[in-house]
Design a protein around this ligand. Structure first.
Ligand SMILES: Cc1cc2nc3c(=O)[nH]c(=O)nc-3n(C[C@H](O)[C@H](O)[C@H](O)COP(=O)(O)O)c2cc1C
Length: 399
């Protein structure tokens, strides 16, 4: 571990006495991050029913307790997109991390690297692709939104190649942006629109304000300076709004497949039929995901859809899962139901907002510990052998 990595690990060890679980990180983030940006993370679209269902349906899955099995040497090690990983978890792409904590994407990427798991940078990041890639020694992953300006998309893919990104995650579940009521009410914008209520709230978060005043990174790092005729934040926001492209089809995926010769991951798959199309399109992995309940409200939880999708494309592509993971137990539930690996979003974003790099590190330590303990109590020592046999079958569940 680097000197910096061990300092962060030390800091996170001291903190870990106060932080026992992801919920503790969420509470601390809520105290430290201005409401506008905290709500941006802790919200779903429209009625938030899918957002809530993601967490609720995962938590309802019961484990079977097994005894008298030697589980002394437990291994969480696995592989994702050809990489060895310390556990089958990657940091999901998330826009605006740099508004939760100055330099947020760089801090999260470093925490992921020091823990030994992959980090995926969003198109909508605050720190640029080049800055984040330069801040780690291991290649990062890049998430792409297919925007109307295909020339811009092509340049972005070329930039991801130049920045040594080793996987491209194309997000397909955002042809139109889902509406989050809280963002509308809070007047969310980047940089923040300083209405009186927002200003008053920020004044109660002095640590965040100081932190932000010290950074020059307060806009969309991948877009600023790379979009024609867009020179100030107002025109940039207008550009983004009209750039989400409702015309994206599988033909565009074929085009991207031709441009990108490394690992290609398709994110936002919620139907077996779409999973098969993704395999045909040459996806090295798919992410069973409903965007954390931020897009189609009223869609089922992603865990409900996982078993049938896993059955449809098993062994033809890697199956990754996200949506509602708030513990290592949830990671194990998803793996048992057919996922090869998982992605976490809010769990690490809370850590980032609460404590920066050491908060992300703490989040990963909490998840690894919960995963390891739960595996042992289910009677398995290797994450790679987890299957539905460690879960209580649905028909035997009470109620
Ligand atoms: C604040 C926030 C921003 C997000 N931004 C993006 C994004 O830019 N691109 C993307 O593909 N997914 C984005 N997502 C979705 C995540 O990649 C992931 O699918 C989701 O967070 C998983 O659910 P979870 O937060 O319950 O773990 C975002 C999610 C959150 C919470």
């Amino acid at each position: 571990m680097s000197q910096r990595g061990s300092k962060v690990a030390h800091k996170s060890r001291r903190r870990s006495q106060a932080i026992a679980c992801i919920e503790d990180l969420r509470r601390l983030a809520r105290r430290r991050v201005p409401r506008m940006f905290y709500d941006y993370v802790d919200s779903g679209s429209f009625s938030e029913s899918t957002y809530r269902a993601n967490e609720r349906d995962l938590a309802a899955i019961c484990f079977r307790q097994r005894v008298a099995v030697n589980v002394e040497n437990r291994s969480l090690r696995s592989r994702m997109a050809g990489e060895d990983v310390a556990m089958p978890v990657a940091l999901a792409p998330a826009g605006l991390c740099g508004m939760l904590h100055a330099g947020g994407e760089i801090l999260a990427a470093r925490a992921a690297q020091s823990f030994g798991i992959p980090f995926c940078l969003s198109t909508m990041s605050i720190c640029s692709l080049e800055e984040v890639a330069a801040s780690t020694t291991k290649p990062i992953w890049f998430q792409l939104y297919v925007m109307r300006a295909r020339g811009f998309v092509e340049r972005l893919i070329a930039r991801a190649k130049e920045a040594r990104c080793c996987a491209l995650i194309v997000t397909l579940d955002l042809p139109i942006s889902g509406q989050r009521h809280k963002d509308l009410r809070n007047g969310l914008s980047v940089p923040p629109r300083l209405a009186i209520a927002g200003l008053a709230d920020m004044a109660t978060k002095p640590r965040w304000c100081l932190n932000m005043l010290r950074t020059r990174r307060r806009s969309f790092g991948n877009l600023t300076g790379h979009t024609d005729g867009v020179d100030d934040i107002t025109s940039l926001l207008a550009w983004i709004e009209q750039q989400f492209d409702p015309r994206v089809t599988w033909d565009d995926i074929a085009w991207i497949r031709r441009l990108w010769d490394k690992k290609l991951v398709l994110k936002g798959i919620m139907e077996a039929e779409d999973a098969r199309r993704a395999v045909d399109a040459g996806a090295d992995a798919i992410v069973v995901s409903n965007h954390g309940g931020r897009q189609l409200d009223g869609a089922p939880s992603s865990i409900r859809m996982l078993p049938q999708i896993a059955k449809a494309v098993k062994d033809q592509t890697e199956i990754w899962f996200d949506g509602g993971i708030r513990s290592g137990q949830d990671v194990l539930r998803a793996i048992a139901l057919g996922a090869d690996s998982t992605l976490i979003g809010r769990a690490y974003l809370y850590g980032l907002g609460a404590l920066g790099e050491s908060g992300v590190r703490l989040c990963l330590e909490v998840i690894a510990k919960e995963l390891s303990v739960t595996m042992g109590l289910c009677g398995i020592a290797d994450i790679n052998v987890a299957d539905a046999g460690i879960l209580m079958p649905q028909e035997q569940m009470p109620g």
